[in-house]
Write a protein that binds this ligand. Sequence first.
Ligand code: ADP
Length: 340
Amino acid sequence: MLRITGVPPAAAFASERPDADLPPAVTALRALAVDGAPRRAEATPITITRPDGESREVSVNVVHARPAGALESVAILTVHDVTSQARADRLKSDFVATISHELRTPITPIKGYAQLLLARGDAMTPERRRAALELIAERADHLGRLVEDLLMASRASGTHTLASKLASDPTPHDLRQVVTLATSNFPALGSRLTVEGPEDPIAVFCDEVRAVQIVSNLVSNAAKYSPEGAPISVVIHPPELGDTHARVDVIDHGQGIAQDDLDRVFERFFRVEDALTMRTSGSGLGLYIARELASAMGGSLTVASAPGRGSTFTLLLPRTQPPVTGTATRGATHEYARTA
Ligand code: ADP
C-alpha cells in the first residue's frame, strides 16, 4: 500500500487525528470501506492522489466481515494498481479513434468523386473528368501513406525497435543528394521552396531512403502548417572540421509551435488542435517516426519555434560510421557470405 499510495503506515494509521488531516489517498480508500457504504460485488475503479502529487488509477474490492467474537465488522480492501493498464487502454482507444477518423477523411472524397463520375461523367468536360480522377488518385495515395505510417508506428514498440529494423546499416551518402531527392517530391511548391547548400558533397552515414523520408516529412509539414505562398527553405550547413554530425534545417514562416508543445510534437499521435490544423489532415505520426529514424541512424531531430513566426526543424546525421548495434545480423551476413 505504501508503494501504491505513497502514504507511510504511520500517517495512514493516525486514527486519533480528525479525518481532515488524513492524506487524500487514505480518505478516498476509507470512503469505500466505511460500514454502510454501498456494497458492490465488483471492483470499484478510483483515482487516488499520492502525497507527491502523482495520481494512480486503482481498482478496489471491499469485503466486510465480522471476526468471531468481535463487536464491530472490519473492511478488507484489495487494492490493485491499474495505472499502466488504464494508460494502455486509453492509448488503444485513442489509437482506434484517430485511425478511424484519419482513414475516413480521404475515403469521403474518393467515394464522392467516384459517384459523381458514375452519375454525370458522360456530361462532364474532359478537363473536369480528369480533375476528378486526379483527386481520386491523390487521395488514394494519401490513404496508402497513412497505412504505411501506421504499420511503421505499430512495429516500433521500444525506442530502438524501429531503428534496428529500418535503418540498421547506414552507408555514406551525399547529404545534398538526400535533400534534392526529398524536395523533388514537391513540384507543386515551385519557387516557394528553396534549397541552400555548399558546392561540395557532404558525406553522411544514413539509410538514404529513410533520410529522404525524414526531410520530405519536414518539408510537407512546413507547407501544411504555413500560409499558402509563405516561403520554405532547406539549408544544408557545411560542417566544420571536427564536427561529428552534418546539419540540415527546414525553415518555415508559418503558425509555429507553442513552447509547451515543442517536445510533444514528436510524440505518437500528438497533433496541435486548433482551427487551422484541423483543416489539414494528418495522423500525428510523421514526426514521431522521423525522430525514431533519425536516432536509429545515430542522428537527431529537434525543433525551435516561435508561435506566429515559424519553425525550424533541425536534422543531424553522423559524418562517421555510427557504432554497430546489430552485431548478430552482421555476423550472420558474414556467415552467409562465407557459405555463399
Ligand atoms: P501530422 O502532421 O500528421 O499531424 P506530425 O507528427 O508530422 O503529424 O506533426 C505533429 C504535429 O506537430 C502537427 O499536427 C502540428 O500540430 C505540429 N507541427 C509539425 N510541423 C509543424 C510546423 N512546421 N509548424 C507548426 N506546427 C507543426
